[in-house]
Each structure stands twice: as structure tokens, then as C-alpha cells.
Design a binder for this molecule. Structure first.
Ligand code: SF4
Length: 582
């Protein structure tokens, strides 16, 4: 017997996670029994279901051995992720998140590479209170922010304010929200578990209790059915002049195609995904392939057809083969497209093959479409909104601006932040606050740092093989000290090949291989349409600066007029660069 994805050697036994999802009765699972239990952590069964409610269980890995020696449990903490399509929120929403980070988190907020917030360091006993308060005070939810469903829908985040979008004739934020809402799980479990005080209560001592059992029969999930999707499903919306969200890295990408600034159609890409495993040779990074160009009214029906095909034909036996990219490559792109057409019920209009021309980051000050208003893009080191003891006071500075001037807030897919709606008369005052707290734009950081990204990795991510966010600032400083601070290069680092900060589509990608060991990849381009290639395997953290220095030095010596680093690397060739680094 063959599996739906065409692998004749794969036995048709569903993975454990599939069994858990199916038996969860609409994403309740064992959470009702454990939510109020005194134990400091959730069971494996609950952990798998909790993801669909937007939360992961983690533990502080820095403390593992010390606590083991002392005979203590791991230092368990929950991570909670918001679902904010396009990263758009009100000033009030931002301020509520900032308050909740102190009340329940570790005194910081993490902007994700998919335009959400992550709260880290949340105790199990505070989980329900945080999710409830997020919904109540920040008007934000976490439903489907993790898990095997459609995740946060990303969107170029100045679509309603930047003059480049003035003639567009469509609201891409509204489109992103519509897509996000359409694919939310329908089960009442999110409401019952986290919001309904009739069912769950917290007493004066903070003890949580689940008072009512959920309905025996959950509501239908018309899109997902009983077991949801085989794996996570990422969707992003870009335009042909703005690929700031890295649209090709999504399971499904939408590119608004323009002529004279006005939208003429929407290119649909499928099968992007960068995560892979160092040890599993049948895993790989893949960029999306264009399959159709449709009108706005057809976007959701087409996405529903693609999601349906992935739901029914994706691999549910081996999770490492469950992302849609493997379903597509297993079936063949054309066969997959035909199946989508069948689910869609009519022929798909042909793709145009259009590709985005730029990947802007919107740092610095810009005029808005509305006369008299301005927006500013602020660089946030690795997305961590925190007051660093000897460094930038991101948290206090941002809070002061947002409290005083009430701008709308937009999280970017480069884990930076855009504040908009600032009147001409307030620009100087906002600049003064930025200077007081050290909040940078592109003018106050080196070009090397401008497009950098690093994932959270250690100490809390259970999958991290090596440091990322904590190592990146030191690495960049060392490369700057080698004389390469002026290198305008897209550089990204992750602690494992899951690629949360998308190193595989960067000009320079650094991926954790093991403790203090990394692989180096080069050759992505400035528009996000080319993957990079491995040129140095298993290098120690101590050797990283010299390796990057050698590459950047060779580029500067050999580049043609205006040739970007990634294009130079691609031209010189990966074998040649590997040999040079040997
Ligand atoms: Fe964790 Fe890996 Fe994602 Fe980094 S890339 S946050 S190490 S899963």
C-alpha cells in the first residue's frame, strides 16, 4: 500500500500527534483535566493540543543540569504567541501587551518573524489568565497561532499608509484578516477553556479550575475536519514591489500584481517552507511555486482548495514529511495543481510568473498617504522588546512614545516595529524620545545589522541545537571589528534548521548544528526569490567571524558594479566558495 504522498515504503500508521488531534474532540483533549492541576507542567498529550491554542511548553535549558542535580523538576515555562494578521495593532493593544509582559511574562516581548508577539517565561498557573487578559484588554487572540492549522497571516505592513500603495485600490490588511478569520478553527474549545468564566474560574489565590465538561460532540470543522492539517500552514500576502514578508517561504503565498500602481490580479504560490533537518536527507528548504493568477474574490476559494488537498493528501504518518512542500513534490506540481483545480471546481487561471522587485524594511521616517502624517520604522535587535542593562531601552522608549502619541503599531516580518499616524507637529518630540532611549533607525546601526535576524533559540526553545539571539550581537560586533560593518547584507541566524528567522532565504544564513557549532550558507538574493547553499559545514562559533570576514572581503574585492553579496556568491559558485573556506 502506498501513502497518499506516494511513498510506497511508508506504512500507513498515523503518527502519535495525529491520534492526539483526532481524539481531542475539537482541541479540548486532556487540557480540561490539567489546566487547574497543581503539577507544574502539562502532559505530552495536552502539549500537542495546546499548540493549537497558541502556546508551547518550554523549560529554561540553562537551568536544567543545576536543577537535575538538586533533584528539582525542570523550570517549566509556557510561551504564548499572538495572532495578529499583518502585525497590525492599536496603541492600546500594544500597551496592554506590554503590561501583561510584566504581569505574567519575563518583562519583555518578542516580535516574531511572522508579525506576532511572543510572551516567554509564563508559568503554567498564569496561562489562562494571560490568554484571557490578551483577549479582553489587548483585543488579541492566540487561536491557531501555533499547531497544525493556518498560522498568522503575514502582510506587507505599510499597505494602508505608504505612498507606494496609494493607487492600489484594495485593502491588503483587510484581505489578510479575512483569510486569517476564514481559516480559524471553529471548535468552541478556545472560548470554553480560556474565556468563559462560567466554565473556568480563577480564585483569589490564582488557582485555576475547570468547572464544566465540554460538549460530548464538538462542532464540525468544515475546513479542517477532525484531525486538522497534517502540519502547520503558513500564508503571506505581498505585492510585486514589496516582498518584506518573504512570500516564497510560505506554504501559500499571495502576490498582488500591479500595473501603474493598481492591482491587476493575485499570483498564488504554493509549497514554500524552509524548515528541514540536518540528519534527515529527505527534508529540504523549498520556495513557493506559482500555480495561478486570480481575482480578489477567488483568493479564499483557491486557498480553501489548496488547504483541502493538503488536508486529504498530506503525510500523516511521518511528521518530518508532513509539510505541503513534500505533498507537492511527492505528487508532482502539475498533479497537485490539477487536484486543487478539482477541489476548486473550475480551471485555475494561469500564473503570470511575476516576481517581487524589492524587499524593503521600512526603517526610518516616511511620509504617509494622508498629508501631515508620518510613520517611523524602528530597528529592534532580534525582535526583543526589552530594556537592556547596558544598551538600548527598547521597552521604556517604545512605551513612552506609544503612550504619549497613540500611533498605530505594526510588527514587521524582520522583527522590527513601525509606528504610524504621527503628526508633523509631533515628529521632533518622537525623535527626541527615540534619542533619549537609543531607539535606532537605519541611521544609528551599521548596514551589516540593518537586515539581520536571529531566532530566540536558547535558553527556552526545546529544539535549539545552538545559540542564536544571544550570539548574534557578539558575532556582528566581531565582523564589524574586522572592518565589515559597512556590508549591506541580509544575514540571519537560527539555533536549528527549523528556520524560524528564515536563514535559508538570506544572503548569508547561519544555522545551528550542535552546541557552539554552525553551518554557513550563502547566495540568497535581495528579493527573496533564491535559496542559499551550504559552503561551510560544522564550524565553531569562534571561527564564524573570520569565515564571514573572508567571504565579505572577497565580495568587496570582486563584486561588479552594485553587485549584492548574494548575487556575487551565486555568480562565483558554491564549490569555489567552499574550496576558498576549506
Ligand atoms: Fe527554536 Fe529552531 Fe525556531 Fe530557533 S529556528 S526558535 S532554535 S525551532
Amino acid at each position: 500500500m502506498t501513502s497518499p504522498s506516494g511513498n510506497s515504503e511508508t506504512p500507513l500508521k498515523k503518527s502519535k500527534v495525529e491520534e492526539i488531534k483526532e481524539a481531542s474532540s475539537g482541541l479540548y483533549g486532556t487540557i480540561p483535566d490539567e489546566i487547574g492541576a497543581e503539577h507544574v507542567c502539562f502532559s505530552e498529550t495536552s502539549i500537542q493540543v495546546l499548540k493549537h491554542h497558541g502556546t508551547y511548553q518550554q523549560d529554561n535549558r540553562d537551568l536544567r543540569s543545576e536543577r537535575r542535580k538538586a533533584g528539582l523538576d525542570k523550570d517549566y515555562r509556557m510561551m504564548v504567541r499572538t495572532k495578529t494578521p499583518g502585525g497590525l495593532m492599536t496603541a492600546e493593544g500594544y500597551l496592554a501587551c506590554d503590561d501583561l509582559a510584566s504581569k505574567y511574562g519575563q518583562d519583555d516581548l518578542r516580535i516574531t518573524s511572522r508579525q506576532g508577539f511572543q510572551f516567554h517565561g509564563v508559568l503554567k498557573g498564569n496561562l489562562r489568565a494571560l490568554i484571557k487578559d490578551l483577549n479582553t484588554f489587548a483585543q488579541m487572540h492566540t487561536k491557531g497561532a501555533c499547531g497544525d492549522v493556518v498560522r498568522n497571516v503575514t502582510c506587507s505592513n505599510v499597505v494602508d499608509i505608504d505612498p507606494a500603495y496609494a493607487k492600489l485600490g484594495a485593502d491588503l490588511f483587510a484581505l489578510s484578516t479575512k483569510i486569517s478569520d476564514h481559516f480559524l478553527p471553529q471548535s468552541r474549545s478556545y472560548y470554553d477553556l480560556w474565556l468563559d468564566d462560567e466554565k473556568v474560574s480563577i480564585d483569589a489565590d490564582g488557582n485555576v479550575s475547570y468547572k464544566a465538561k465540554h460538549a460530548a460532540k464538538p462542532e464540525d470543522e468544515p475546513i479542517y475536519k477532525q484531525a486538522y492539517l497534517p502540519r502547520k500552514f503558513k500564508i503571506g500576502v505581498a505585492t510585486d514591489f514589496d516582498n518584506s514578508i518573504d512570500v516564497y517561504t510560505n506554504d501559500l503565498g499571495v502576490i498582488a500584481c500591479t500595473k501603474d500602481g493598481k492591482i491587476t490580479g493575485y499570483e498564488i504560490l504554493i509549497g514554500g517552507g524552509l524548515g528541514h533537518s540536518h540528519s534527515k536527507q529527505d527534508t529540504y528548504a523549498r520556495l513557493g511555486s506559482a500555480i495561478a493568477n486570480v481575482a480578489e474574490s477567488e483568493i479564499i476559494p483557491v486557498i480553501e482548495a489548496v488547504v483541502g488537498v493538503q488536508r486529504d493528501f498530506g503525510n500523516r504518518e511521518q511528521r518530518h514529511q508532513a509539510r505541503m512542500k513534500y505533498t507537492i513534490d511527492g505528487m508532482g506540481l502539475e498533479a497537485f495543481r490539477e487536484k486543487v483545480q478539482e477541489y476548486y471546481g473550475k480551471p485555475l487561471p494561469a500564473a503570470t510568473g511575476i516576481a517581487p522587485s524589492a524587499q524593503p524594511d521600512y526603517l526610518g521616517w516616511h511620509k504617509e498617504i494622508t498629508p501631515g502624517l508620518n510613520y517611523v520604522g524602528i530597528w529592534v535587535e532580534n525582535g526583543r522588546i526589552r530594556d537592556f542593562a547596558d544598551g538600548i531601552k527598547f521597552r521604556t522608549g517604545l512605551r513612552k512614545i506609544i503612550e504619549t502619541y497613540k500611533p498605530s503599531v505594526r510588527l514587521t516580518a524582520h522583527h522590527n516595529i513601525v509606528l504610524s499616524g504621527i503628526g508633523d507637529a509631533d515628529v521632533d518630540a518622537v525623535k527626541a524620545i527615540m534619542a533619549e532611549y537609543g531607539l535606532p533607525t537605519q541611521d544609528s546601526i551599521s548596514p551589516l545589522r540593518r537586515m539581520e535576524m536571529a531566532c530566540p533559540a536558547l535558553p527556552l526553545c526545546g529544539l535549539a541545537l545552538a545559540e542564536a539571539e544571544r550570539e548574534m550581537p557578539r558575532l556582528l560586533k566581531q565582523v564589524e571589528d574586522l572592518g565589515h560593518g559597512d556590508a549591506d547584507v541580509i544575514i540571519r541566524m537560527t539555533g536549528c534548521p527549523n528556520n524560524c528567522a528564515r536563514p535559508a532565504s538570506a544572503e548569508i544564513g547561519i544555522i545551528g548544528r550542535g552546541p557552539n557549532k554552525y553551518n554557513v550558507y550563502v547566495g540568497g538574493n535581495r528579493t527573496g526569490t533564491r535559496l542559499n547553499t551550504l559552503v561551510k559545514d560544522t564550524i565553531t562559533v569562534e571561527d564564524l567571524p573570520a569565515t564571514l570576514g573572508k567571504l565579505l572581503g572577497d565580495w568587496k574585492a570582486e563584486r561588479e558594479d552594485g553587485e549584492a553579496f548574494g548575487d556575487w556568491a551565486h555568480r562565483v559558485g558554491y564549490e569555489e566558495l567552499t574550496a576558498r573556506l576549506a
